[in-house]
Design a binder for this molecule. Structure first.
Ligand code: UD1
Length: 418
């Protein structure tokens, strides 16, 4: 298993290119199941493990997939299958997004129900309730759910929580249904708006994506198209925090400041300098941050995916900061690992309180999920001495070429296989 050996305490300096968004590319690639024609998706972070899993999922369902540079082309030769393999769903929960397009197109789909994961139970009840409301019948069978509907009926849907995945799944189903479907209390993340642009290019009409009310007028025959995925706001936010924690000065090429407003606001309060510049964002910081409390929330609130890296930075603040996690129930696994580096953190339920220390110290530590891994990287880059970071495979799910990018910025970091 790969490990990172990081000698911390060097300010990150220089510029780095932000990759295409993993969380936008994932549903967009899955949406290509809505047509047999050729779709070309550009700016895909193809090196990421989750994108490779998505490509395997598409292939297992009968899609042909060709990867060239950062571009992925998909088309259908023969017929598609309507059963997603457990092997892939257990590796990547977002595989359940195949349910919407397949159910709407073929009237039948069988998907394994994903189990919980390190950060929470993560049920898919909101997705399923939406399919019920579109007229699907469902039965549970040996860990799978089988959804069937001779013809789904478009109609009004209301989500009990603005789930990103459920909004995407239902938008994809609605895109294949003639007639109008509205989704109330929809997620508003930029990745939803990107999926909407893709569905529009395929021939659906989508209004209101990015707001809490999305309406979709679908079509029985969607066509192939070409699309460029938006930049990864979570990768950009992680590099912003790594730059600030290491007291460096970094330019993030291609980052979209409009997608990071909550984080930019909080970082400025903490004393970092952030300049949206032509084609990116520039970040610089010197000294320890002021403590700033945050609460995660669905977009446009502070993203849960940056809560862990934020905590890593606040461990160095000049005072106490409160961090409230409102989206997932168990997303503080990084706290105990940060404590091994000398951080002072109290955790109780959905709240954590950090009491900043002057410096963190390198230590042997372990990532428990993608974003916890990112937090430990941020801490290790800022810490004095050597950190050995284990279970790097979590980081590889969400951060493309992370060691090359960090080395370009002057970090001392190498990957070893143990
Ligand atoms: C997506 C992102 C993930 C991010 C999350 C929240 C992708 C591939 N992943 O995940 O990086 O952390 O949004 O911004 O885009 N929930 C239910 N029932 C459901 C669905 C969700 O209770 O049917 C709960 C979840 O357990 C969780 C919360 O709602 O506590 C948010 O989940 P959701 O917005 O669906 O996140 P994902 O789409 O899984």
């Amino acid at each position: 298993m790969d490990q990172f050996i990081i000698d911390g305490g060097r300010p990150l300096r220089g510029s780095v290119a932000i990759s295409g968004s993993k969380n936008a590319a994932l549903p967009i690639l899955i949406a290509t199941l809505l047509t047999d024609e050729s779709c070309v998706v550009e700016n895909v972070p193809v090196k990421l493990r989750d994108i490779k899993t998505t490509i395997r999922l598409l292939e297992s369902l009968g899609k042909r997939v060709e990867v060239s540079g950062q571009t992925v082309r998909t088309w259908t030769h023969g017929s598609l299958k309507t059963q997603a393999p457990y092997e892939l769903v257990k590796q990547m929960r977002a595989s359940v997004l195949a349910a919407g397009p397949l159910l709407a197109r073929f009237g039948l789909v069988r998907v394994p129900i994903p189990g919980g994961c390190a950060i929470g139970l993560r049920p898919i009840d909101i997705h399923l309730r939406g399919f019920d409301d579109l007229g699907a019948r469902r039965i549970a069978d040996h860990g799978d759910v089988i959804l069937s509907a001779p013809a789904l009926k478009p109609g009004p849907l209301k989500l009990k929580f603005p789930s990103v995945g459920a909004t995407e799944n239902l938008m994809m189903a609605a895109a294949a249904l003639p007639g109008a479907t509205t989704i109330e209390n929809a997620a508003r993340e930029p990745e939803i708006a990107d999926l909407a642009r893709f569905l529009e290019r395929m021939g659906a009409q989508v209004r209101g994506a990015g707001s809490s009310r999305v309406s979709i007028r679908g079509s029985l025959k969607l066509s192939g198209c070409r699309h460029r995925v938006i930049p990864d706001r979570i990768e950009a936010g992680t590099f912003m925090l790594a730059a600030a924690a290491s007291q460096g000065h970094v330019r993030l090429e291609g980052a979209e400041p409009a997608h990071l407003q909550a984080v930019i606001r909080c970082m400025r309060q903490a004393g970092a300098k952030l300049d949206p510049c032509r084609g990116g964002i520039e970040v610089s910081m010197s000294g320890r941050p002021r403590p700033v409390s945050i609460k995660t929330a669905p977009y446009p609130g502070f993203p849960t995916d940056l809560q862990a890296p934020w905590m890593a930075w606040m461990c160095l603040a000049q005072g106490k900061a409160r961090i409230r996690e409102e989206v997932f129930e168990n997303r503080f696994l990084h706290a105990a690992e940060l404590a091994r580096m000398g951080a002072r953190i109290g955790v109780g339920g959905h709240d954590a309180v950090t009491e900043g220390v002057e410096a963190l110290n390198g230590a042997p530590i372990m990532a428990s999920d993608i974003r916890a891994g990112a937090a430990l990287l941020v801490a290790a880059l800022a810490a004095s001495g050597r950190t050995v970071l284990q279970r790097v495979y979590h980081i590889d799910r969400g951060y493309e070429k992370v060691e090359q990018k960090l080395r370009r910025l002057g970090a001392s970091l190498r990957r070893v296989n143990r």
